[in-house]
Design a protein around this ligand. Sequence first.
Ligand SMILES: C[S@@+](CC[C@H](N)C(=O)[O-])C[C@H]1O[C@@H](n2cnc3c(N)ncnc32)[C@H](O)[C@@H]1O
Ligand SMILES: Nc1nc2[nH]cc(C(=O)O)c2c(=O)[nH]1
Ligand code: SF4
Ligand SMILES: [Mg+2]
Length: 215
Amino acid sequence: MQDTLRITEVFYSLQGETRTAGLPTVFVRLTGCPLRCQYCDSAYAFSGGTIRTLDDILEQVAGFRPRYVCVTGGEPLAQPNAIPLLKQLCDAGYEVSLETSGALDISAVDPRVSRVVDLKTPDSKEAHRNRYENIELLTANDQVKFVICSRDDYDWANSKLIQYGLDRRAGEVLFSPSHHDLNARDLADWVVADNLPVRLQLQLHKYLWNDEPGR
Ligand SMILES: C[S@@+](CC[C@H](N)C(=O)[O-])C[C@H]1O[C@@H](n2cnc3c(N)ncnc32)[C@H](O)[C@@H]1O
Ligand SMILES: Nc1nc2[nH]cc(C(=O)O)c2c(=O)[nH]1
Ligand code: SF4
Ligand SMILES: [Mg+2]
């Protein structure tokens, strides 16, 4: 029996988020997530999907001849075979990122992968799932992200930034407005007013293609 993963979609687009925003990237979206963030824009990946072998996924990725590959979901780390997939993508020579909720242990992820770890805010309704042990594992190759829904979420994110010195632990600290919940301009104004060492992140793909799956 070959190693398999349940996959919602594999597509080639411009990376809409994180430090590689704007760069052509292959996305591998794994099916299923143990969380239910209030704002989730990828709920279509909670169920369904297709069981595929790692070899089959790697072959499809190679067909796009990408430099960047992003493994997302759903929650990738909820499937044990996400770990070998990430390693094999690195071995194939791609620059690999992983989007993860921050609720699961990130320690087994290949160190060549840039781990994009969300800290779920109170307004996500999943903040109780945050696995704070992950913070000690972060390196300059990793990114920490807060999806912010309100001024209260912003103040909470700012307090975590200070409490854990996140800007010194991770290569990037990203503050992203929750699409539909918070005006990007308000968040931009708060970041400037408070002189925070964080990068405002807008979801480029939503400006370009609205909320279409597969873009
Ligand atoms: C759909 S999740 C999949 C990966 C993983 N489950 C996670 O939460 O990081 C990918 C990224 O999209 C973000 N996201 C989801 N819905 C969003 C929204 N409405 N506005 C902004 N970012 C959102 C998540 O916080 C996460 O950083
Ligand atoms: N273009 C594009 N960039 C993305 N970056 C992260 C995404 C995600 O859904 O995790 C995503 C996505 O769905 N589309
Ligand atoms: S953890 Fe990620 S995929 Fe799961 S509900 Fe939250 S944003 Fe959506
Ligand atoms: Mg998305």
